[in-house]
Design a protein around this ligand. Sequence first.
Ligand code: KG4
Ligand code: ZN
Length: 337
Amino acid sequence: MSLYVLGIESSCDETAASICRFSEEERTVLSDIVASQIDIHKRYGGVVPEIASRAHTEALTRITREAFSESGIGVEDLGAIAVTNTPGLIGALLTGVNFAKSLSYATGIPLVPVDHIKAHIAAAYFAYPDLRPPFLALTVSGGHTSLMRVSSFTDFTLIGGTRDDAAGEAFDKVARVMGLTYPGGKEMDRLASLGDPAAFAFPSAAVTGDNLDLSFSGLKTAVINLLNHFSQTGEPFRKEDVAASFTRTLTRSIAKKIDLAFETEETGTLVMSGGVAANSHLRKEMEDLCKKRKKRLCMPPVPLCGDNGAMVACQGYFEFRAGKRGDSSLNAYANND
Ligand code: KG4
Ligand code: ZN
């Protein structure tokens, strides 16, 4: 039997609402509306939490209406309302949670809380209808970088990840020092394609030893120091070369830890998701690695890599099936540990 699920996302700077239809054999996106706040935040060089919460509040009703009208279904057809309640900016999360709680209270439709990282991973299910756990999941986004063992649709174990900055954060901070507008990840991707990845040597982000951890802060600082050196001395350099060298160091560091995980974890599949999973160089690096190690690589299509409501609806569907419910006391949590 099919279940229609509304997914609401407001954890950072994207307000998103989506309606999807799920059954044992089907994972279909009927509508997926994303209202980005990037134009609002870019003049500050990053997300301003208070402004983000206000913008979510202004957008939520409008984009949810749009999601319904595009999907062709009515609120009475819904089987569940899924909402991101952790991790993220607390004020931003609360706007979505309160919106979803009100809708659930008014309609009697069950409410399902969803973890944002798990939702990013669930985005891959749309593109690979036969994909099912167990698998390894690498989530690389602006706020998170984590490696998880996914044992079932609702059973996740953190086995590695960043000890400091997230991968997207490193991209955005380097981009800012280069003078690119926020968020600079996409433009860095383009510049890196035009540069020489061997032009500069930067320290690896793979933490030394037998662990699956990364640390992007040293790499980020090394690149920023080099950029500061060029700006102070007036020595000429090509932004493209810095972008390419930084990107290669970052992607190779991630690949090194994933390769180690392939040795220590019994898995035939890697799922890579999150905003930075849109990076063409990282996608290529993972494709090469998985080919070499004979693993299946599943990545959501680029539009589903960044924050969206469909991924929340999808994870919400699996959590709903497993019996998870929220009620009027549902809260939001900035951290999910
Ligand atoms: O998943 P996401 O939309 O939001 C979070 O949950 O954080 O990820 C946003 C991040 C930003 O840091 C952005 O610069 C980065 O994803 N990003 C990219 C690319 N496209 C988006 N980073 C590198 N290359 C890209 N093509
Ligand atoms: Zn995200």
